[in-house]
Design a protein around this ligand. Structure first.
Ligand code: GUN
Length: 287
């Protein structure tokens, strides 16, 4: 039997359409146009594509987006000054600083400088703390997208064993925190696995829900997957000009119960969740 392919692109398109309607209702009621300010430092072509996709999605949903492009040699002081200006600009509701940043800039210092109410990536420790305590202001975009896809696949999370492979601050760590919470699409028993984990395959084979967020192309192979498991592939790796995930799709698709493709799985959901957070930000700041 072949796994159900979870159509992230389709789900994201539906969410974005609904969100567009919510944006216009909000605009009619308040006169406020939600506004995302994106910052792109340097010339990384992949980052430029991601930011462009985010901006296009904003515009289609009726969200204003402005792009602040900075030179690769930009100093940390200059970047902090830009963010400080955006923090104080009442017409800007969300601030997104695309990662990675050039090596002369300390990522943590920069991300911490975004005022928490405008932190639509949910990277600020205040927002991470609120999320971990089960009273989120924003949800981190990629884990929120994964959670939504797990729900779309009709997978029961309560009491399920979710194994998260990868412990990044952006995806792995918050993903586990969200699935372990009390609530819908949650109540899972969570195991974190990472590069130092021993007997990794033994652990991944116990997963009812397997989230691969390690950044290694085709890392999760069929023999590491429990038959019938829900496999969520967060990886976006470029191999010979082709996009591949962290999951070896061909060897897993015949074993898993459901699986997200790359591209067309988690990626489009991340953008939809960013739009959702930007609307939430505008609402919170209109209060
Ligand atoms: N770089 C890769 N993923 C992300 C993300 O979700 N947000 C930002 N700001 N940068 C990224």
């Amino acid at each position: 039997m072949s796994a159900q392919i979870i159509d992230g692109k389709g789900v994201a398109a539906r969410l974005r359409k609904d969100l567009g309607e919510e944006v216009s209702q909000f605009r009619e009621a308040t006169g406020v146009v939600p506004h995302l300010a994106a910052i792109l430092v340097g010339e990384d072509p992949a980052s430029a594509v991601y930011v462009r996709n985010k901006q296009r999605a904003c515009e289609k949903a009726g969200i204003k987006s402005t792009l602040h492009r900075l030179d690769a040699a930009t100093t940390q002081v200059d970047l902090l000054e830009l963010i400080s200006g955006l923090n104080g600009d009442d017409s800007v509701h969300g601030i997104l600083c695309q990662l990675p940043l050039p090596s002369q800039i300390d990522e943590t210092t920069v991300l911490d400088s975004v005022t928490p109410i405008k932190d639509v990536d949910c990277f600020h420790p205040e927002n991470v703390g609120l999320m971990v305590q089960g009273r989120p202001r924003y949800l981190p975009c990629t884990p929120a997208g994964c959670q939504r896809l797990i729900a779309e696949a009709g997978v029961e999370t309560s009491g399920a064993h979710a194994v998260i492979v990868g412990r990044s601050e952006i995806v792995g760590k918050p993903m586990g925190m969200m699935l372990v919470q009390k609530g819908d699409v949650a109540n899972a028993t969570v195991t974190y696995a990472h590069s130092r984990t021993k007997n990794l395959a033994e652990i991944t084979r116990q997963a009812d829900i397997l989230v691969a967020a390690i950044g290694k192309p085709n890392f999760i192979r069929g023999e590491m997957v429990k038959p019938g498991a829900c496999v969520i592939d967060v990886g976006i790796n470029r191999v010979d000009e082709k996009l591949v995930g962290d999951v070896d799709f061909d060897s897993v698709v015949g074993i898993a119960g459901s699986i997200t493709p790359v591209p067309g799985g988690v990626g489009p959901m991340t953008i939809a969740m960013l739009l959702q957070n930007t609307l939430t930000a505008a609402k919170l700041q209109a209060e």
